[in-house]
Write a protein that binds this ligand. Structure first.
Ligand SMILES: Cc1ncc(COP(=O)(O)O)c(C=O)c1O
Length: 377
């Protein structure tokens, strides 16, 4: 059914907006790159949570998807997506049962780094007469098993568990992405050197496992900030880039990221210009409607940015629960004006909405449900 709302400025606010032309351009930029290298793209769904976009990414060449939670994976599997890797650990009995139930109808692999959990998964799989696909997280910044001997020992133990099918290794070492205030000082080459050092440990571990007679199908690594480094690393099978589809504004400051455009925004209305506060204005977009970003050691807060030329003279000074606090040349605004914020963190912004309005230019051309919204379990 055609949308009754033709112009995006007719939408009620706060409203989440996807710029379709920029989204398509971002997907094409990434898929053009992956058409030139051996590894494939396995885009991360945690950024958009929208099956329609997953299908666009797969149509453009992705081999499957990455999800961060099993509940998220369930939504994408129901939408017909195959080859799903859950880049996380599952630990409680309820999750293990959910995973085994899904194994009957979905193509899903989960991360493991604990032998007791692996045993429980194997037992449940045997009882259900299925083979549960697992991949071992190699430790970098969060969970995981240390590379080399510890990982080899762990994989050999997994191989003895009859209900499991060992798929391979994956790693996430976002430690190679610098904090926003130093991003422009850290070159692409410096980040590549750090990234390759991390990947060296994983590939050495892969070789040790293979030499012990256990095949390793998956070597999954990397993310948006490293896509064109990981994409060229020998033996990597797939790259887990997520943020490139919408591109957060601080992320774009990294060398090489300027190819991707900010495709997500939140439309917000100026609700108050208090006469006694000369350079302050308030909008209806607060923390419930847009996320801020915490970078570095999670102590630095980066706020959204005002979109367009207004962003040169007006900045988001803060976010309270229901209000966006603007500072600067607010005399350029009047109450009732609609402006857009570009999120500093898109993944935690999409999760606040049931639907994204899709625009081409000013025209609203669709409304896509964010089906994995709230599936953070
Ligand atoms: C395990 C894992 N893989 C991939 C990604 C995707 O990273 P990006 O959004 O920078 O592409 C993340 C993001 O946090 C992650 O945790």
């Amino acid at each position: 059914m055609p949308s009754k709302i033709i112009n995006k400025l007719d939408l009620d606010t706060p409203a989440l907006i996807i710029d379709l032309d920029l989204l398509e351009a971002n997907i094409k930029t990434m898929s053009d790159y992956f058409a030139t290298v051996k590894p494939k793209l396995r885009p991360h769904m945690k950024t958009h949570k929208i099956p329609k976009i997953a299908h666009m990414q797969i149509d453009a060449g992705a081999i499957g998807v990455t999800c961060q939670k099993l509940g998220e994976a369930d939504v994408f599997a129901q939408a017909g997506i195959k080859n799903i890797l859950v880049s996380n650990q599952i630990a409680n009995n309820e999750k293990i049962r959910h995973f085994i139930d899904m194994t009957r109808w979905a193509d899903v692999t989960v991360g493991v780094d604990d032998l007791e959990v692996a045993r429980k998964i194997s037992d449940e799989a045997l009882a259900a007469n299925v083979a549960a696909k697992v991949a071992v997280e190699v430790s970098a910044i969060r969970c995981g098993i240390e590379p080399h001997e510890p990982a080899l020992k762990f994989v050999k133990q997994l191989a003895r568990l009859k209900g499991l099918r060992f798929m391979g290794l994956w790693v996430h070492e976002a430690g190679t992405t610098p904090a926003i205030d130093v991003a422009s000082e850290i070159s692409w080459q410096k980040r590549k050197d750090a990234h390759y050092k991390g990947l060296d440990a994983v590939v050495e571990t892969k070789h040790m496992i293979e030499e012990s007679g256990i095949p390793v199908e998956i070597f999954s690594a990397g993310y948006t900030g490293t896509y064109d480094m990981t994409g060229e690393y020998p033996e990597v099978t797939d790259v887990q880039a997520g943020s490139y589809v919408f591109m957060d504004w601080p992320y774009r400051q990294l060398e090489g990221m300027e190819k991707f455009r900010a495709a997500l925004s939140v439309l917000t209305t100026v609700i108050s210009l208090p006469a006694h506060k000369r350079d302050i204005a308030y909008t209806d977009c607060g923390l419930k409607n847009i996320s801020s970003e915490h970078t570095g050691d999670y102590t630095k807060i980066v706020f959204p940015k005002v979109k367009g030329e207004l962003g040169d003279v007006i900045r988001v000074k803060g976010l309270s629960e229901e209000h966006g606090h603007l500072q600067g040349e607010v005399n350029k605004l009047k109450v009732g004006d609609k402006i857009e914020f570009i999120p500093s963190h898109n993944c935690t912004t999409t999760s606040r909405y049931d639907v994204a309005h899709v625009v081409s230019g000013e025209r609203v051309v669709g409304a896509w449900p964010i089906l994995a919204r709230g599936k953070h379990y």
